[in-house]
Design a protein around this ligand. Structure first.
Ligand code: MSP
Length: 669
């Protein structure tokens, strides 16, 4: 067995704002961190993986108020939801910090006092254009449109007495540090951006308190103020280790784990981590983290951000429930080159699952275990008869696994998976080349057949071990199908030998494995996703959505950009009468209605309301109809326009209708 290093390894995710339900984009950061944490545990290191919640600020306060709750009560519900999400995604965190934790609050106050006493924090006036949802001030030029450049919502002119952190004093030191530590912020392009845009022009001091709201850590020397976002949020990385008391405790986590090995963050917050955080740490006389890695964004089709107002948000829960957690983890890690932006689409997701998981990995598993089971009753045969072709397969094993390791070290996760898949594909090709089913027909080839199947067993074993950080459940299932169960020490030992061919013991019992990743009929699946979107589009087609459950109540209302009257006039709304109605074939949620408009003119509309109205109930009803929506084909039926509905508190869609009968085709407006 290899020597276990027990070297401490500390990694963090950003702490998440719980003011909205976390999206697949937020989950991405955490899944990446989990893969890295599991990888370092497999190297035998003593890992501390921290995640948590950023719980202060005006936005949280307002969201809680809108939900009719005290902020703390609201946050406690959110904390449970976020923990449940991480459980679903199999996130193996060691620490979960909340910035409302008593210890964290005290740590922030101590840090504030220390910086104030040494002159790094001072009092002055602050005014500017403020965006409450983003909790950010914008300069005159940035705010020229009167809306937030980030979220497009209205800005408020705000003036307040504030405390400032002397960020400017640390600019030159940080620049020097960047130059002497070129790997400090990765990818390097992000470091260059910060140098050009911020460090070279000179950093400005930043306001670190607010007095316009009170949901925050009270400033110890001035109770009318609360500490504002970054000193509070960034300090979580050391308060979670017991700072400040643990600063000098030789047995404490702070001594053991600080400086952090890597802070994983999205590129949008790299500036705060690579400029503000080092300055705060320098002011406290603490070492800087060894590395900050700023990953790219998970974008939607067309390269747009996911956002509630665009209605294109994807949630990890939905994907996990439908396809399984490991499929989601695999896709995120394989599709997005770490450090760059990646795009999510249902099609690319399904294609990846079919090609890589159902076909490549799934076939290797089912073919190999079925043959081992059939030809050797599930026992690994002892006798062997190697042939030259085995050597090529073995070379691919060692080269691919060496590439995998190198990629993992550089945090190039998608390349690590690509390397592993080179080996998986080679193993599938090996089956085609060696044709075990032909060998099985010839008793004189029995030893050769044994060799081939032993190599396939080794393909599965090696692949599963390399998959442990990425798809822990599936990797364990593959190992168990080939009769292997490893405790964490055995996993470490096996991981250390990854890429080295092993003549495995013969006592294992192999089962013909059930398919782990069923093949998906992509077109049918896309059509059914479209149907479901249709019903959710219908649900929000009118903004009279009520909030009833605690979960819904915590969601801020969907705010859409203001429109001019001329924009409203572009909508052609009228009243139509349902003259015929039937279910759409093979679509549980869809109804096809024929509407009569003026002078007997008829149109066809497909609506996602079949769970709420039967075709019979629809007949004869007058309904509110949006006529000039671009027609589109849904399940082969051309839908012209949309029936408008509201959603009641129980999620039931209710058709909007005139109060009394009017002529068919009557204009609405
Ligand atoms: N609370 C701050 C972080 C403080 S850390 C001391 C914050 N929270 S957040 O909830 O808004 O975002 C958390 C992380 O999610 C960020 O790293 C952000 O980049 C990431 N993502 C949010 N949407 C994302 C995508 N669509 N794609 C990838 N990551 C994105 O910022």
């Amino acid at each position: 067995m290899s020597e276990i290093s027990h070297k401490p390894y500390y990694l963090t995710t950003p702490i998440y704002y719980p003011s909205c339900k976390l999206t697949l984009g937020n989950s991405y950061t955490t899944v990446v961190s989990d893969v890295l944490a599991r990888y370092h545990r497999l190297l035998g290191e003593d890992v501390f993986f921290l995640t948590g919640m950023d719980e202060h600020g005006q936005k949280i306060q307002r969201t809680a108020e809108a939900a009719g709750m005290e902020p703390q009560a609201y946050l406690d519900i959110q904390a449970e939801e976020i923990r449940a999400l991480w459980k679903l995604l199999n996130i193996s965190y060691d620490g979960f910090i909340r910035t409302t934790d008593e210890h964290h609050v005290q740590a922030v106050q101590t840090i504030f006092e220390r910086l104030y006493e040494q002159g790094d924090i001072y009092e002055s006036d602050y005014e500017g254009w403020y965006c409450t949802p983003c909790e950010a001030y914008w300069t005159e030029s940035q705010a020229s449109e009167g809306v937030c450049p980030d979220c497009n919502r209205a800005l408020e002119w705000t003036k307040e007495r504030s405390y400032f952190f002397r960020l400017s004093k640390y600019g030159p030191k940080i620049l020097e540090y960047f130059k002497s530590h070129p790997d400090f912020l990765q990818p390097t392009s992000r470091m260059n951006e910060l140098i050009t845009n911020f460090l070279e022009p000179g950093l400005e001091d930043i306001a670190v308190t607010r007095s316009s709201f009170d949901w925050g850590v009270p400033v110890p020397i001035d109770p009318g103020h609360v500490v504002y976002v970054w000193i509070d949020a960034l300090s979580n990385y050391i308060s979670a280790l017991g700072y400040p008391e643990a600063e000098t405790d030789p047995a404490g986590n702070f001594k053991k784990f600080w400086p952090c090995d890597v802070h994983l963050v999205g590129k949008d917050i790299s500036r705060f981590h690579a400029l503000y955080w080092p300055a705060i740490l320098m002011a406290l006389g603490l070492e800087l983290p060894k590395q900050i890695f700023a990953h790219g964004w998970l974008l939607m089709e067309g390269g747009v951000k996911m956002s509630k107002s665009k209605g294109n948000v994807v949630y990890a829960q939905d994907l996990c429930e439908r396809y399984g957690v490991d499929c989601v983890r695999y896709y995120l890690m394989r599709e997005i080159p770490f450090g760059m932006d990646g795009r999510f689409s249902d099609r690319s997701f399904l294609e990846r699952l079919n090609a890589d998981l159902a076909n490549d990995l799934g076939n290797l598993l089912s073919r190999s275990t079925a043959m081992l089971s059939k030809y050797f009753s599930g026992r690994l045969p002892e006798a062997r008869e190697p042939e030259a072709i085995d050597e090529d397969w073995k070379t691919v094993l060692s080269v691919s696994m060496a590439d995998y390791r190198r990629a993992m070290e550089g945090l190039h996760f998608n390349q690590a998976l690509a390397a592993l898949w080179r080996f998986i594909s080679r193993s599938n090709k090996y089956i085609d080349e060696t044709m075990p089913w032909i060998l099985a027909k010839d008793e004189s080839k029995r030893n050769r057949l044994a060799s081939v199947l032993a190599n396939l067993f080794e393909s599965l074993r090696q692949s599963a071990i390399a998959l442990l950080p990425f798809m822990p459940d599936s990797a364990t299932k593959i190992l168990s199908a080939i009769g292997i169960s490893l405790d964490s020490e055995a996993e470490i030992a096996a991981f250390a030998k990854l890429g080295t061919y092993e003549n495995f013991e013969t006592s294992v019992k192999i089962e013909a494995a059930q398919p782990l990743f069923p093949r998906i009929d992509i077109d049918a699946e896309l059509a059914s996703l479209e149907d479901e979107n249709m019903s959710s589009e219908a649900a929000v087609s009118v903004s009279c959505k009520t909030t009833s459950t605690a979960e819904e109540a915590t969601e801020p209302p969907v705010s859409k950009a203001e429109i001019a009257f001329e924009d409203f006039e572009k909508l052609h709304l009228c009243i139509g009468r349902v003259r015929a109605c039937e279910k759409v074939k093979d679509a549980d949620r869809l109804l096809k209605s024929t509407l009569e408009l003026s002078s007997g003119r008829e149109v066809t509309v497909v609506s996602g309301i079949a769970e709420h109205y039967s075709p019979e109930e629809m007949l004869g009803k007058q309904v509110l109809y949006l006529e000039n929506l671009k027609p589109r084909k849904i399940r082969g039926v051309l839908s012209q326009g949309m029936l408008l509905c509201a959603e009641d508190g129980d999620g039931r869609l209710v058709l909007l209708r005139p109060e009394s009968d009017v002529d068919n085709g009557s204009e609405v407006g």
